[in-house]
Design a protein around this ligand. Structure first.
Ligand code: ADP
Ligand code: MG
Length: 243
């Protein structure tokens, strides 16, 4: 479903030159949940941003559902792949109600039955109809993240890119959102790439995981192997020992 080969990205030039991604390669099967872990600054979010079309100056090859990805964000990519951020305010406009946030992408893509689709999607993410008229600041962090997930799913994409979607939430709410993501994945047959620094999240949600260190993938393994203490790569072991 997703193939990334030889992905490279750097920022700045001269003394400011910073190579952030180096020969990053992985592939994710249809319906798979793939984790990207690693220390802060290792390049995890940058990989997602390249896939999502938020950067244009990368080198390498990426494709989704057999289609090569260009450097520009296009409509087709938006239909196939959506992103959820750590901070739900990343996807929600502070002065738009939930109803507006969910209707807008449907209007842009000229879909019909907008009202019914919004209602159905709210139900799927566990929010009742009264939430339609709320603004982001009138909800809890977990509720806001539910709305951000609903907005990401409203155009029925096949891939969700999740950048630490539970890191900003209380522990009890984290579990609720992970369970919701698990449920939605089964319900909609979604493919996930999930960035996290939390190995517990990987064990909960992911099938396989790639370990990033300073812009490179240094290890790829089954998340079951990881959670059962079977990691052999020294850097992966050091991450496990640190938690
Ligand atoms: P992670 O998500 O693993 O914490 P990021 O992908 O956000 O890491 O960042 C990787 C590296 O790229 C960091 O060193 C960060 O400072 C750098 N970086 C990210 N975005 C930019 C940018 N727009 N300009 C310059 N450097 C950046
Ligand atoms: Mg990040």
């Amino acid at each position: 479903m997703i193939t990334v080969e030889g992905l490279e990205l750097s920022f700045g030039s001269g003394k400011q030159y910073n190579k952030v991604l180096n020969e990053v390669a992985f592939s994710v099967g249809e319906g798979e949940a793939f984790g990207l872990v690693g220390e802060s600054g290792s390049g995890k979010s940058t990989v997602l941003r390249c896939l999502a079309g938020l950067y244009h100056h990368w080198d390498g090859r990426m494709s989704i559902a057999g289609q090569p990805l260009g450097k520009k964000l296009d409509r087709e990519r938006c239909r196939l792949m959506q992103m959820v951020f750590q901070d739900p305010y990343g996807s929600l406009h502070p002065r738009h109600t939930v109803d507006t946030a969910l209707s807008e992408p449907l209007k842009i893509h000229r879909m019909d039955d907008i009202d019914a689709r919004v209602g159905e999607m709210l139900e799927k993410v566990g929010l009742n109809d009264s939430f339609r008229f709320r603004y982001p600041h009138q909800m809890s962090g977990g509720q806001r993240q539910r709305v951000a997930i609903a907005r990401a799913l409203i155009l029925e994409p096949r891939i969700l890119l999740l950048d630490e979607p539970t890191s900003a939430l209380d522990v009890s709410v984290q579990a609720e959102i992970l369970n919701l993501l698990q449920k939605l994945r089964a319900l909609e047959g979604l493919t996930y790439i999930m960035v996290t620094h939390d190995l517990g999240v990987v064990a909960h949600l992911c099938d396989r995981v790639a370990v990033m260190q300073q812009g490179r993938i240094v290890d790829t393994l089954g998340s079951k192997v990881l959670s059962e203490g079977g990691a052999t790569h020294p850097y992966t072991r050091s991450l496990v020992d640190a938690t």
